[in-house]
Design a binder for this molecule. Sequence first.
Ligand code: TAP
Length: 479
Amino acid sequence: MTGSAIVQLAYLASAVLFIFGLRELSHPDTARRGNALASLGMLLAIVTTLVGQEILSFTWIIVGGLAGGLTGLYLARTVEMTEMPQMVAVFNGFGGGASALVAGAEYLKILGFGVGASAAGAGGAGALSALPVDTGVSIMAGTLIGAVTFSGSWVAFAKLQGHLDQPVTYPLQQTSNLAILLAAVAASVLLVAAPPADAALVYLGLAAVALLLGVLVVIPIGGADMPVVVALLNSYSGLAASAAGFVLTNMALIISGALVGASGLILTAIMCRAMNRSLANVLFGAFGGGGGPATGAAETGERSVAEIDAENLAMMMAYARQVVIVPGYGLAVAQAQHAVKELAMNLTERGVTVKFAIHPVAGRMPGHMNVLLAEADVPYDMLFEPEDVNPEMPNTDVALVVGANDVVNPSARDEADSPIAGMPIVEVDRAEHSVVIKRSLSTGFAGIDNPLFYKDNNRMFFGDAAKKIPELVQELKEV
Ligand code: TAP
C-alpha cells in the first residue's frame, strides 16, 4: 500500500470516529464515550497530517500549537459556566478566521507571494491565468464564509457579553446587506475567472468586505436570538473549514467541516423550534434587547405578589405527591445544582415523585441545564422535556422554578402580541401551586415582564438560589 493510501485510510478512520462520536453524543448516557471517540479521531487526524503530509516547518506548528493550547487551557479553566455561550461564539470565530487565513494563504501563494509560491503569479503582478474552478471556488468560499463567521462571531460575543444590548437597525438594511453580498460574490468570480493585475489587492479588499458583512448581518439580530445565531455561525465555521479542506485537498478537514456544518444546521433548526421562530424571523426580526435586568411593571408596585417562607414551602413539598422542578439560568449563576439534587433526593426518599422539566433554551447554551444536573449526578430518568411534563401539570402539587423566568412565562402562550409569543414554555402556572426562587422581580434574558409572578396560585421565595435551596433542604429535614 502506498503512503498516500495509508494517509487516506487514516483520515477515513478518523472521519468514522467523528461520526460515531457524534452519534454517542446524542444521549447523556453515552456522551462521555462519544467525546472520547471524537477526540481519538482528532488525534489520529492530527498525527496523520503531521507525519504523512508535507509539513513546511515543525517550529511554526509547535509555536502555534503551544499558543493555541495554552490559550485554550487558560480559557477552559477560567471561563465561568455562565459565560460558555460567549466562549463558543469566540471558538466559532477562530474556526472561521483560521479557514479564511488558509484560503488567503493559498490564494496569495498562487499569486506568487511567500514560501512555496507557484511561479504562475510571479510576484503577484502581471498576467495571471484563470484559477482551476475547484481551487478557485474553494478559496473564495473559504474566504467569504470564514471572514463572515469571524467578524459575526465577535459581534455575537459582544451581544452575549452585554456590550451591545439593542439590535442595530436602519432603513434598507437587508437590501444593502444583499447588495454587499452580491458585490463580494461578483468580485470572487472575477478573482477566479480573470484575475486582474492587482489581484492580491482586490483579494484583500474582498476579505475586508466579508468581515464588514459579518458585522452587518449580526448587528440587527436581537440579543434574545443569539443562541440561534451562535448555532448558525457554528455551522458556517464548519462550512468554511470544509472549503479549506478542499483548498488543501485534505479529506479529514473536508469531512469534519461538513459534519460541523450539518450538525450546526440541525442545532439551529432545533433552537428555532424551541423558540417557535422561523430562521428568517430570527435573522431579520430584530427581536429582544437581551442581557440586562430591565425592569417592567413588576417593580412599579402596580400589582402584588405573594411570598412564601422556607418552612411553609418545605411543608408544602413534603406532603406533595408530585413535584416538578424547573431549573433556569439563575441555577447556573447560583451553582445550586448540588443543592437541588439534595432537595430532589430528600423528596424522593419521602415518596414524592420528583421530575425535572428541562426547557431546550433554559440557561444560556444548548444543553446547559443537562450539563449542570449531570455534574450533580441527577439521574437522567428524572429529566423531562416540557411537552412530556406539561400534560401532567394539573396533577402536579408543586412546580418549583429555580432561577428560570422566560421559559415559564405564560405570556408566550396567552398574549399574541408578546415578543416571545408562540415560544413553548413549561406551564408551571397550570400546577396546583407554583413557587419561584429568584432574587427580585426583574426580568430574564428576553427583558419582558412575567405575569406568572402575580398569579393567585404562585408564591415567590425571594433570594439567591445558592442560599434558598439549602435553607429549604434544612427545613425539609425537620418536617
Ligand atoms: P432567564 O429568563 O434569563 O431568567 C433567569 C432568572 O434567573 C432571572 O430572572 C434572575 O432573576 C434569576 N437569577 C439570576 N441569578 C440568580 C440567583 N443567583 N439565584 C436565583 N435566581 C437568579 O432564564 P431562563 O428562564 O433559563 O431562560 C433562558 C433565556 O435565555 C431565554 O430567553 C433564552 O432564549 C435565552 N438564551 C438561551 C440560550 C440557550 S441556548 N439556552 C442562550 C442565550 C440566551 P433575579 O435577577 O431576580 O434573581
